[in-house]
Structures are given as structure tokens and as C-alpha cells.
Design a protein around this ligand. Structure first.
Ligand SMILES: [Zn+2]
Length: 299
């Protein structure tokens, strides 16, 4: 048994190095290449947004749903707003040329795992429950999802969205966090249905606090943006379908109102992909005992 686990682990390392190996992340090196990771051993203490910005906002959409392509992307593109799409592999393959076009217009494609494993308590988890996973299996599947995306779209994801926002494998005394698996592969990991914005000065980039965008009216979303502004936070939002309304759906009127608001320079909102803002955070916060990164623009 022990031999088998070691063999699987080595396999994971090989897969991890062979796929997406050319991607360079700021302040980040894969575990196999050195000790520096985006999540420094000492907690960072200070951070400032670029000069004309008071709050960061990232819009993200999960599962490669058709309405994202048919409704969401055209709306975002009409305002020049960039978002992150955490794609599921099967629906991504069904509309490859459309997803390539999404990439070409400057949006980000992120990793959302290979099989969308969540807790066994969901009926859709049959045969792929996190309680039955090992860290090695999860690592192999994240690498395989990266490889599938790279083969299909020619880009290697640099950020990850935890399916169902759940970050564990196993159960009871054998349960383990798979945050380290994500932290060693990605610049950032995004959650789901949390209660506050991310605090860029001190956050663990592998566990970005994430709030639900589905179903919000513009009035409700504006409250979240203003709450994040008060603390200089990074509001990371997650939605699913885009339409007039309904289950797991980002409202078109809300998205349009947000884009109009975010595009007005006097509101001081930096809206950009998880990768772009995550990279800026990684490069610009102060870590004790480590030289501060040079300040720069918003990209
Ligand atoms: Zn999902």
C-alpha cells in the first residue's frame, strides 16, 4: 500500500511539471522548484491598491455554462470588463471556439477541477465524494484538468475555484485540507458563499474569501462593494448562469449596473480577473523581512 501511494505521488509530480511548466507566477515557484510560494511563511502586514483605486472587485463564473457565453460575455465585453471563468471540462469541450474567443478578449480561464468533487451530502456527488478522495488523487485530477485546458485552449490556468467551496478530502480523523495542493499549483484559490471580502494585506491567496453574485439586485451588490471599500478589501464574486433571474443566475440588470458603476473612474473600483488582481496583491504587499516589491500600475 505504501509503495503504491509513493508511486502515485511521484506520478503527480511528473504530471505537474510536464503540464503548464512554462507558466511563471510572480512571487511564486512550484514546490518542486524552490521554497517560495504565493503564501509566504510569514504573514504579510500591509497593502495598498493602486493610486486611483480604493477597492478591488473580481467577477467569476463557474462550470462553463452556456449562458455565460451567450449572455454574460457579450455584456461584459460591451463595457470592457474582464472576468474569470472557472470551466468544467465537458461543457468547455462542447464550445471550444467560443471559449477561445473569450480568452482572446482578455478574460481569464481558471481550473475548476476535473470532476467537480463535492461533499457526499449532495446527491450529485455519488461516485466522486470528497470524503472518499485522497490528496494524491485530488492533486492528479487538478493537474489533469490543467492539462485538458492547456490542450484545448492553449493556456495554463493560474487560479483555481474549489467546487462547492469545499477544501477537504477524507472524513473524520482522516480528513485533510487540500489547500496545500492548490497553493503549490496556483497563484490563488477561490471559495464560495462566504461572508466577507478578502483582506488583501493579510489573506492566504490559496483561500480567497468569496461572495455569491447569483440572485443579487444591484442595490444588494452595491452594499457589498461599499463594505469592501471601507476596509480596502478585494470583493471576489462568484456566479453561475447569467439571465433575467432564477436559480444560480446572475441578473443581467445587476451585472449591467455594476459595469456602469465600475467603469466610472470617480468610483475608484478596480475590476479585473482573479489572476490580475491576485498577481498585484502577491507583488505589492509587505512581508516582514522581505524586500517590498516595486509599486507599479494595475497590470
Ligand atoms: Zn462549480
Amino acid at each position: 500500500m505504501r509503495t503504491m501511494i509513493v508511486a502515485v505521488s511521484l506520478g503527480v509530480v511528473v504530471v505537474g511539471l510536464s503540464s503548464c511548466s512554462r507558466v511563471e507566477l510572480p512571487g511564486y515557484r512550484p514546490v518542486a522548484a524552490g521554497p517560495v510560494s504565493p503564501n509566504e511563511p510569514l504573514p504579510p502586514t500591509q497593502f495598498e491598491w493602486p493610486q486611483d483605486k480604493a477597492v478591488g472587485v473580481s467577477l467569476s463564473f463557474d462550470d462553463a455554462r452556456a449562458s455565460q457565453l451567450d449572455v454574460g460575455v457579450p455584456l461584459l465585453d460591451s463595457f470592457g470588463v474582464k472576468a474569470t471563468f472557472y470551466v468544467s471540462i465537458v461543457p468547455m469541450r462542447e464550445r471550444l471556439s467560443d471559449w477561445k474567443a473569450v480568452l482572446a478578449t482578455g478574460h481569464e480561464i481558471g481550473n475548476h477541477s476535473l470532476r467537480h468533487a463535492c461533499t457526499t451530502n449532495f446527491s450529485f456527488s455519488k461516485g466522486k465524494a470528497l470524503e472518499d478522495y485522497t490528496l494524491e488523487q485530488m492533486a492528479a485530477e487538478l493537474d489533469q484538468a490543467n492539462s485538458e485546458i492547456e490542450k484545448s485552449l492553449g493556456v495554463c490556468p493560474v487560479t483555481f475555484a474549489y467546487p462547492c467551496g469545499q477544501k477537504f478530502v477524507g472524513r473524520g480523523v482522516n480528513a485533510k485540507s487540500y489547500v496545500p495542493v492548490v497553493a503549490s499549483r496556483f497563484l490563488a484559490g477561490r471559495g464560495w458563499r462566504e461572508e466577507a471580502p478578502t483582506a488583501p494585506a493579510v489573506c492566504d491567496l490559496a483561500q480567497l474569501m468569496t461572495m455569491e453574485l447569483d440572485g443579487l439586485t444591484w442595490e444588494q451588490l452595491k452594499v457589498l462593494v461599499e463594505q469592501a471599500r471601507k476596509t480596502g478589501g478585494w470583493l471576489v464574486l462568484c456566479g453561475h448562469d447569467v439571465g433575467e433571474g432564477g436559480r444560480q443566475t446572475v441578473r443581467i440588470d445587476t451585472l449591467r449596473a455594476f459595469c456602469e458603476y465600475a467603469r466610472d473612474p470617480k468610483n475608484g473600483v478596480w475590476v479585473d480577473t482573479v489572476a490580475h488582481i491576485g498577481r498585484y496583491v502577491a507583488e505589492h504587499r509587505i512581508v516582514p523581512g522581505r524586500r517590498q516589491a516595486k509599486s507599479g500600475g494595475t497590470r
